[in-house]
Design a protein around this ligand. Structure first.
Ligand SMILES: Nc1nc2c(c(=O)[nH]1)N[C@H]1C(S)=C(S)[C@@H](COP(=O)(O)O)O[C@H]1N2
Ligand SMILES: [Mo]
Length: 509
């Protein structure tokens, strides 16, 4: 039997359990901001409960609690979790590691619930896992202190330490949870705003994709939004809305201008396929994608502000402070440089710059493709630098002619006979004229190039190789529309893009 004295010692243990689980949940909220609002442990478990509640019960809840049914659910969950958490502390105090086991069970439930969300990817497991780890540590520390008090007998000092530690943890948890909630609310607002966007039709549509631009079993000509590579310095995605968004244009201009979302929608929009490439792309790498972008020509806005003759740089800044310098001459030379609002028929995905980003055919992303763009300053290359140029990359970054082998996949092994080797080549805004293939140290042979969509997009190619048994290398190189061949000397991406030829090894048996 438990004596009253023992029972009174269990209250601090129960409190320790509640603090431990509470701080775990708070950290879970904070971590979820980096993954997805749907992955926050409390929300994930709540959603799982709702999904599994029998319709009858759900109807009863809704009729009983009316529109506050969600609040009722969360309060109910809160009470249940608090009781279990208290039990956790008591169990850990009496029979360690019983409390730890309960926390682990909580963690597993949270991870399971998060992974069960319709939008889930494996990273959804992280917030609940982090929550469980934090809860475990806090539980061990606090209950450890209580145990210390009963062993050493110097109860008073230990109590003071327990109260201080517990208080400190509660304060940290409140801050973490508060910040997490706030950020999740922002994200949710942005996601809702994006879903409500109706893109206008372009004044000038992209031309249809002709047959023959794509080689079977190679890379698709259009990269889907979910497969599109993502490169940026944002630890947390900026959460803008169309109502918040404003582009301020200033510097060496005749008249400053502030552009709102509705202004953009009222201008003449163009829609174009443009292939973006990252300067960090290694030879054979996949930091490249081709999408159909909808937007306002950047030149339209430059014309409105009246750019001074001496201004040669458009310095753009994103809402999270990233900067990029683009030559004014390039933006204004008639190419389809645009302030994009649409990607493959939908509003820009948040990670690709929602609500507005730049797309400039022919330049690497670090000098052209500012996402979440909110500021344009007309200035001079002599006077300004940008994020990556401050870190050793070139101020001027035209995309280099390159080619890549996509088929067969590197790991493939195949029987002797005809094998189709295929891939893609790019030289945005110049165009690709020819691709050549070399087997081992043999002569360069001309590959069949697929139909060119435009000089701003990549171009596919294929070559039929009469493969003989043994180990072989296959190398490709491209020649651009001006007749220049790809640079064969290997060089690293820094400072202005990799050079060298893509070579793959295959075993034929
Ligand atoms: N705000 C912001 N925009 C940015 C960057 C960034 O770090 N922050 N990175 C640039 C780089 S280096 C590239 S290659 C492209 C990539 O665009 P994507 O992520 O849509 O593929 O975005 C560019 N725009
Ligand atoms: Mo990049």
């Amino acid at each position: 039997m438990t004596t009253p004295a023992q029972r009174s010692r269990l209250w601090p243990a129960a409190l320790a359990g509640v603090i431990a689980v509470g701080s775990g949940l708070a950290i879970g909220e904070l971590v979820a901001t980096m993954v997805s609002p749907d992955a926050a442990p409390f929300v994930a478990v709540g959603s799982a409960v709702v999904d599994r509640t029998p319709t009858l019960v759900r109807e009863w809840v809704i009729t009983t609690f009316g529109t506050s049914d969600k609040l009722a659910l969360f309060v109910g969950m809160g009470v249940v979790i608090a009781l279990l958490a208290a039990e956790c502390g008591v169990a850990e105090r009496r029979r360690p590691p019983a409390g730890v086991m309960i926390v682990v069970l909580f963690g597993v439930l949270g991870v399971g619930a998060a992974l069960d969300r319709p939008t889930a990817v494996w990273t959804y497991a992280i917030p609940s896992a982090a929550a469980a780890v934090v809860a475990l540590i806090v539980l061990r520390v606090l209950v450890g202190m209580l145990r210390g008090s009963s062993v050493s007998g110097e109860a008073e000092g230990v109590t003071r330490r327990f109260v201080l530690t517990a208080g400190g943890i509660i304060a940290l948890a409140v801050v973490a949870g508060g910040v997490g909630r706030r950020m999740l609310a922002d994200t949710t607002r942005t996601v809702a705003d994006r879903l409500a966007v109706r893109l206008p039709a372009p004044r000038s549509a992209s031309k249809p994709i002709p047959a023959g631009v794509e080689v079977a079993d190679a890379t698709s000509f259009v990269t889907s939004n979910s497969d599109f590579y993502r490169i940026d310095t944002a630890l947390r995605l900026p959460s803008l809305t169309t109502a918040d968004w404003e582009l301020r244009i200033h510097g060496m201009v005749d008249r400053e201008l502030r552009v709102r979302w509705t202004d953009l929608l009222s201008m003449d929009l163009i829609e174009r396929y443009v292939t973006l490439t990252c300067v960090s792309n290694e030879v054979g790498g996949d930091l490249i994608g081709n999408a159909r972008w909808l937007g306002v020509p950047m030149k339209t806005l430059l014309d409105r502000v009246g750019v001074h003759a001496g201004a040669d740089m458009l310095l753009s800044t994103s809402s999270d402070g990233w900067t990029c310098g683009t030559p004014v001459s390039v933006v204004a030379d008639g190419r389809d440089a645009m302030l994009a609002i649409g990607m493959n028929g939908v509003a820009l995905p948040v990670e690709h710059g929602y609500p507005v980003r730049q797309v400039v055919p022919g330049l690497y992303g670090y000098v052209s493709a500012t996402k979440w763009v909110v500021d344009w300053e007309l200035t001079r290359f002599a006077d300004a630098t940008a994020y990556w140029t401050d870190r050793g990359w070139s101020a001027i970054g035209p995309i280099k002619l390159a080619s890549r082998i996509d088929r067969p996949r590197s790991s493939a092994s195949f029987a002797p006979g005809d094998v189709v080797v295929a891939g893609t080549a790019w030289s945005q805004h110049v165009g690709v004229r020819e691709v050549q293939v070399r087997i081992d140290d043999g002569p360069w042979r001309t590959a069949d190039v697929a139909t060119e969509y435009s000089r701003d997009t990549w171009r596919q190619w294929h070559y039929t190789w009469a493969a003989t048994p043994g180990k072989h290398t296959v190398t490709c190189r491209a020649i651009d529309a001006d007749g220049r061949a790809q640079i064969e000397t290997p060089s690293s991406p820094i400072p202005n893009g990799a050079t060298g030829l893509d070579m793959r090894r295959f075993t034929v048996e």
